[in-house]
Design a protein around this ligand. Structure first.
Ligand code: DX5
Ligand code: ZN
Length: 218
């Protein structure tokens, strides 16, 4: 697919009603559903695991975009693949064997993504560009929704867009994405936007407007 992808993060959803929230976001015009998996070790928060991904799989035909903030990650790649994630994104900071982990994801027939924390330079991608389908630039320190966009990441987004060249790699940005920050993010070269608080604010009756506002701003 081409064009700008809007990927609401269910981290900002009502966890007691995840199925309904996912369905509401799909009806509101979301392109992908972003799933923030946190282990309380790689990041200072705990969310959910492959069981929740499997429970949401029959709820929507949208792309399930799993962002794994867990360490170690390799022992769980199979479980997230079996759960029905379409894209599995792992962190470059996770360990010395990024290339192997990416091969594991593709071997399961899934799209492979690499995420970079705010302090990680784009050079971390140099030798995996042919192993990936997506780059996820963290524009906040991962762990929580509702943080402010770190403006220094715009230069990194620009640099990665240049590195990607003609490869079919999505460039996704995650953290502090709002109608105010989206224009500069897209101008720098992003073609997929994760939005937690900006997508879910105001409750279900506002979701369509929230998504439209992000699309129009960009
Ligand atoms: C942060 C997560 C993000 C988060 C974004 O660790 O990876 O996906 O949900 O939330 P907002 O859009 O509120 O910054
Ligand atoms: Zn995320």
């Amino acid at each position: 697919s081409s064009g700008l992808v809007i990927a609401p993060s269910i981290l900002s959803a009502d966890f007691a009603r995840l199925g309904e929230e996912t369905r509401a976001m799909a009806e509101a015009g979301a392109d992908w559903i972003h799933l923030d998996v946190m282990d309380g070790h790689f990041v200072p928060n705990i969310t959910f695991g492959p069981g929740v991904v499997a429970a949401l799989r029959p709820v929507t035909s949208l792309t399930l975009d799993a962002h794994l903030m867990i360490s170690p990650v390799d022992p769980y790649i199979g479980a997230f693949a079996d759960a029905g994630a379409d894209i599995i994104t792992i962190h470059a900071e996770n360990g010395p064997h990024l290339h192997r982990s990416l091969q594991m994801i593709r071997a399961r027939g899934k799209k492979a993504g690499v995420s970079l924390n705010p302090a990680t330079p784009e050079s971390a991608l140099a030798y995996v560009l042919d192993e990936i389908d997506l780059v996820l630039v963290m524009s906040v320190n991962p762990g929580f929704g509702g943080q402010s966009f770190i403006a220094s990441q715009l230069d990194k987004i620009r640099a990665i867009r240049e590195m990607i060249g003609r490869r079919p790699i999505r460039l996704e940005v995650d953290g502090g994405v709002t109608p105010e920050t989206a224009p500069a993010i897209v101008e720098a070269g992003a073609d997929a936007l994760v939005a937690g608080s900006a997508a879910f604010r105001g409750g279900a009756s506002a979701y369509a407007d929230n998504i439209a506002a992000l699309r129009q701003a960009a």
